[in-house]
Write a protein that binds this ligand. Sequence first.
Ligand code: SAM
Ligand code: DTB
Ligand code: SF4
Length: 327
Amino acid sequence: MIPSPQTRHDWSRAEIQALLELPLMDLLWRAQQVHRAANPGYRVQLASLLSVKTGGCEEDCAYCPQSMHHSSDVTGRPELEVEPVLARARAAKQAGAHRFCMGWAWREIRDGAPFEAMLAMVRGVRALGLEACVTAGMLTDTQAERLADAGLTAYNHNLDTSPEHYDRIISTRTYQERLETLQRVRRAGITLCCGGIIGMGEGIEDRAGLLQVLANLDPHPESVPINALVAVEGTPLEDQPPVDPLELVRMVATARILMPHARVRLSAGREQLSREAQILCLLAGADSIFYGDTLLTTSNPAVDADRELLAAAGVQAWEEARPPACV
Ligand code: SAM
Ligand code: DTB
Ligand code: SF4
């Protein structure tokens, strides 16, 4: 019997960098032991993603095709209303999703009709028996409490990179503001979905720095999305070289060791990965993927391809494996 992994919140950056730099076989072995103990059945959660409000965002995140500061800005897509969003949620559930995530290209949540619609969407998604996640930028305590009352399962707000590298990526919102948003979400009793992106020109010490901030949050975020940059034409990061898939494997494995009970979600960038590289990420401890043909504005592997991927890996999605225990 493998002992239950210990949960720590005092990792040093040097310790984390040492994990990231372990010989790959040793890193995988350590990550697998932690993963097997925390998730004995190797179940994977399928999360569907929908962009409710697309493009025209005031923030200048260098990776994002939805920023009004970049020529990539995706314009002309109307903000979706409640019913069409719930129709997409029903279809996602039908296809086997367990969580439904909705995105707004906002700097912060706006009160009034758009927020009331967001609350109705959350209630509708929860009524379908799905977990509901929202990502919509910064929020106030009152907005967080109202989202919690509506039944929101999780709020996604990423730290994206290390505190040191951050200023090279975003100038319109500080790292501290992101941390404060995370605290508000926690105070309202909503679970946290918080992770980052690799492939934005950061060094290994920045990857360790991001993981250190995440792992030293107490409690750990319940979900940790690990994204590989999708280098979109027209964004300042359009010419970044593709991420070496083994770097993503290392990031996933290290996140798994540091946050044994978190859901580590293999997020953007899967289209650039071979089937075998994705299976290595599952082996390294990823226990969730985004499921459905699109992420927010860019494409994601087809549903059938993902079903085949899970079958090839011999892992089961949650809805087949056990009744959902919505957090
Ligand atoms: N506007 C809200 C915010 O930034 O908090 C929510 C939507 S935003 C698009 C959600 C996350 O998607 C970002 O924090 C970032 O981590 C990720 N993301 C955006 N564009 C990406 C890209 N091109 N490649 C990888 N991840 C990306
Ligand atoms: C996260 O960490 N990744 C997702 C989700 N949370 C919202 C978004 C990825 C977006 C990739 C670029 C796009 O499709 O626009
Ligand atoms: Fe706006 Fe979010 Fe894109 Fe940044 S990541 S530009 S906040 S939509």
